[in-house]
Design a protein around this ligand. Structure first.
Ligand code: TYD
Length: 218
């Protein structure tokens, strides 16, 4: 198994602006000669993208939703993430399990003990003890009120984006709890700053973590 694979995830509430940095992140790693697999959750495989459509559009109880999210994740890990890490690629993933704890757990109030059990089932991978987890997670932290303003009128909202600001306050607390429980995996990005300043934070954090060499230019 290669030790050079890098599993990097981006997290934050809807409207925090994380996805707008994916192009630049991909370009940055490619410029350093890395192969990059850019993907997202829920999704990333044909089956998982089908499940994504259901999860984002259909009303369902929180256990059903959690099972579908983790079913999609299992397929994504087996088909895409694990093979890419074994090849030594950079896996750039827009959301992963932290989003499940934040949205289904804190947001919808679903039992986190059940989510932890599903996490253990789905992310148990030989050689990735105790579980497959991202090496680094960029957490785009933004006040829910500001995120709501940024989202307003931007596009037709999906099931989660249509939730009131109170829902996103709970989701934000869920993220903060996940960060507190595994602080060294996370980099907090102050997403209230300008897009350029946010990008600077991302670049600086990756250099500090030793996954980029310091001489990169944009
Ligand atoms: P998002 O990543 O924001 O994609 P887009 O920018 O295309 O809207 O949307 C995914 C939504 O799915 C987001 O509202 C969070 C939600 N979600 C969960 O509820 N649980 C999960 O485990 C994941 C990965 C996402």
């Amino acid at each position: 198994m290669s030790d050079n694979g890098l599993f990097l995830t981006l997290e934050g509430i809807d409207g925090a602006g994380k996805s707008s940095h994916l192009d630049a992140l991909e370009a940055l790693f490619r410029a350093q000669g890395r192969e990059v697999v850019r993907t997202r959750e829920p999704g990333g495989t044909p089956l998982a993208e089908t499940l994504r459509g259901l999860i984002l559009e259909k009303p369902m109880d929180p256990l059903t939703e959690s099972l579908l999210v983790f079913a999609a994740r299992r397929d994504h890990i087996v088909q895409i993430i694990e093979p890419a890490l074994v090849r030594g690629d950079v896996v750039l993933c827009d959301r992963f399990t932290d989003a499940t704890f934040a949205y289904q757990g804190a947001g919808r109030g679903f039992d986190e003990a059940v989510l932890s059990t599903l996490e253990r089932w789905v992310q148990a991978e030989a050689g990735r003890a105790p579980l497959l987890q991202p090496h680094i997670t960029l957490w785009f932290d933004l006040a829910p009120e500001i995120a709501a303003q940024r989202l307003a009128g931007a596009r037709v909202p999906d099931k989660f984006e249509a939730q009131p600001v109170e829902f996103f306050s709970r989701v934000a607390q869920g993220y903060a709890a996940r960060v507190a429980a595994d602080a060294k995996r996370f980099v907090r990005i102050d997403a209230s700053q300008s897009r350029d300043q946010v990008w600077q934070q991302v670049e600086t954090a990756l250099v500090a973590r030793g996954v980029l060499n310091g001489s990169v230019t944009r």
